[in-house]
Design a protein. Structure first.
Length: 235
């Protein structure tokens, strides 16, 4: 028997589906449950990190928040993969663009995730590990965007440990073609790889670091639904 509930998730083993869609904001998780799931049942409220399980087009799905930053998503996804037998986790979140061809509301599908974090040091690798998405999910997400007519790019993102940085060095990341900055995907991809499971990150551009364009917290919480459409189409 798995050691559940865990310190951070109050669910019993079996309460959570094998496929999980996660967002940093737990209220975005609640929005997904209300918008997409039939008969959602709440399985978690530990630390206010709301989680729900229901069905989508007849398939059992869970949604949940994961908080901000790699330490937070690292804890939740580790427990989900290793204690609740979750097989697939799709992150839907916001990101800041550092590419001239991206605009507010565009989607970024993270093929890989660069990072300035030391998260990978725990694995004691004899080099630098490159966290990447599951290709099957990546391909299906791009095909879904084409089918739905959503503007998107596929490529590298930067998972940064720092939101307010004294020295962001965005020009350095831009020079290597990095599309956008967020704070979680690299840890998600590493946890998926280490546990032998699948992961994908899909982000909506909420602000543009180069132009200064930005959205409000309410807009980010309630209107970034295209990435959810794509995520649920992968089920």
């Amino acid at each position: 028997m798995k050691k559940t509930p865990t310190p951070h998730i109050g669910a019993q083993f079996g309460d959570i589906a094998e496929t999980m869609i996660m967002a940093g904001d737990p209220l975005r998780g609640k929005l997904m449950a209300e918008r997409f799931l039939d008969d959602p049942v709440q399985f978690n409220n530990v630390r206010g990190m709301l989680g729900f399980t229901g069905t989508y087009q007849g398939k059992r799905i869970s949604v949940m928040g994961h908080g901000m930053g790699m330490p937070s998503i690292g804890i939740y996804t580790y427990e989900l993969y290793n204690f609740y037998d979750v097989k697939t986790i799709i992150r839907v979140g916001s990101a800041g663009a550092i590419h001239n061809d991206l605009h507010i509301g565009d989607l970024v599908i993270a093929e890989g995730a660069c990072t300035n974090s030391n998260y990978a040091l725990q694995y004691e690798m004899p080099g630098t590990y490159a966290p990447i998405a599951n290709f099957e999910l990546l391909r299906k997400a791009a095909e879904a965007c084409d089918r739905m007519g959503y503007n998107y790019k596929v490529g590298n993102v930067l998972s940064s440990d720092v939101f307010y940085s004294d020295n962001p060095h965005n020009d350095k990341w831009m020079a290597l073609g990095v599309l956008a900055v967020e704070m979680e995907i690299a840890a998600l991809y590493m946890n998926a790889a280490r546990s032998g499971n699948r992961a994908l990150g899909i982000c909506t551009i909420s602000d543009h670091i180069l132009t200064g364009e930005a959205t409000t917290a309410e807009e980010r919480q309630n209107t970034f639904t295209r990435m959810m459409d794509v995520a649920f189409s992968l089920i």
